[in-house]
Design a protein around this ligand. Structure first.
Ligand SMILES: Cc1ncc(COP(=O)(O)O)c(C=O)c1O
Length: 384
């Protein structure tokens, strides 16, 4: 078995010299540093890029999930929330933290997401577009009897029917963690076209403060309800402090400028990877639903449950210095995790989630990944 040092980390060069200079230049000024005009500018630029009316910049994707599920609790109360068994921990933890009921669905091996036919089974469908794949394959009707929420933390720039993911749901969440398509080091965004939701997210982000509401008339109207309180200190809800800051926004604005260009390079990398891998005798799944996808990671899933091959594959990747994560996002089937111990579940109901937990991996896909490296890896994998 040939081994080659490919020196291939999960992420590379995600904060460039230009980004660092943008932050340094900003810090040389005596500008305001906490949540202020740069945050607004980034939110507006992000809304324009995505194609939504409103965005709220928070300190992580998990915080975007938290505020979104708090909005569900405040507005839908005892909702059952459909979640995929394979997703990031915060997509389920925030459902539990808000005393909502998660209802788990298996994933499709074509999209790595929940199939659309299951969406109407709960009041809320909290869909994750995993590893840049669109969970949608058929389309969402305009009038649906459930609330659709999209987690796009791993799918910036991916589309369905030519429209960006994150524009279909009532609310959508993004993450700008270092390892994703673009980074503010830590950061997240909540997006919506609904003004009331936008205002509620702004207050939830900042301790529940009334003064965070953008609309002056709405603010004035509410303030008159509490004449005995100072209008600077009216806490409408039990909120959080999950604000981001001006430095994060400066970095976000700098990164956003090259997001489309970088995503195009990621798409090319993924296409080369899948084409090369599909020349293999058939050990790996390569027939994903790739239309509109935009991955920040290359997906490697064995077709068959083969423990010996898994051991060999992981030893091989380590020897080639290719960093990987088993279980796809979040380690695979969340129902296996200690924090969900109380949930009774049956492995037979989650065959795909179970399979990718044991026989699925992702490895890094970033703009400056050399095409030759991808071809080399696939050639070596074909020799297995
Ligand atoms: C699908 C998904 N949702 C939410 C998150 C949470 O984002 P963050 O790491 O910014 O908190 C992640 C993080 O990787 C994720 O992959």
């Amino acid at each position: 078995m040939e081994i080659k040092n490919l020196s291939w980390p999960l992420m590379s060069n995600n904060v460039t010299a230009d980004d660092r200079n943008a932050m340094i230049e900003f810090l040389k000024t005596d500008a305001f540093l906490t949540n202020g005009p740069r945050v607004r500018e980034f939110e507006e630029a992000w809304s324009k890029w995505l194609g939504v009316k409103y965005s709220v910049f928070v300190n992580s994707g998990a915080s975007a999930n938290l505020l979104t599920m708090t909005w569900v609790k405040n507005n839908i109360r005892t909702a059952r929330v459909l979640v995929p068994a394979v997703t990031w921990v915060s997509d389920i933890a925030t459902v539990l933290q808000n005393d909502l009921k998660p209802v788990f669905a298996d994933i499709s091996l074509k999209t790595l997401g929940i199939e659309e036919k299951y969406f109407p089974t709960c009041q809320v469908a909290f869909v994750t577009h995993l590893l840049g794949f669109s969970a949608f394959t058929k389309g969402i009707q305009h009038e649906v009897p459930y609330v659709l929420i999209e987690d796009c933390c791993e799918s910036h720039g991916a589309t369905f029917n030519g429209k960006k993911l994150g524009t279909f749901g009532l609310i959508s969440n993004f993450s700008f963690y270092f390892a994703h398509h673009m980074s503010t080091i830590e950061g997240g965004m909540i997006c919506t076209n609904d003004e009331e939701i936008y205002e509620e997210m702004r207050t939830l982000r900042s301790h529940g403060l009334l003064r965070e509401i953008r609309s002056q008339s709405r603010k004035d109207k509410l303030a008159t309800t509490y004449p005995h309180l100072s209008d600077q200190f009216i806490f409408l809800r039990s909120g959080y402090n999950v604000r981001n800051n001006e430095i994060g926004a400066v970095l976000g604005l700098s990164q956003l400028r090259r997001l489309d260009e970088n995503n195009e390079k990621r798409r090319q990398n993924f296409e080369i990877f899948l084409n090369e891998l599909s020349r293999d005798s058939g050990k790996f799944i390569t027939d994903f639903h790739t239309e509109g996808s935009c991955n920040y990671a290359l997906t490697l899933i064995l077709k068959e449950a083969d423990h010996a091959l898994r051991t060999k594959l992981e030893a091989f990747l380590k020897a080639c210095e290719v960093e990987f994560r088993r279980g796809l996002s979040g380690g695979g089937n969340q129902l296996r995790q200690p924090y969900l111990e109380a949930f009774k579940w049956n492995k037979d109901d989650f065959p795909n989630a179970e399979h990718v937990s044991d026989y699925g991996w992702y490895i890094g896909n970033y703009p400056d990944l050399a095409h030759d490296k991808i071809r080399d890896l696939c050639r070596l994998l074909r020799q297995f």
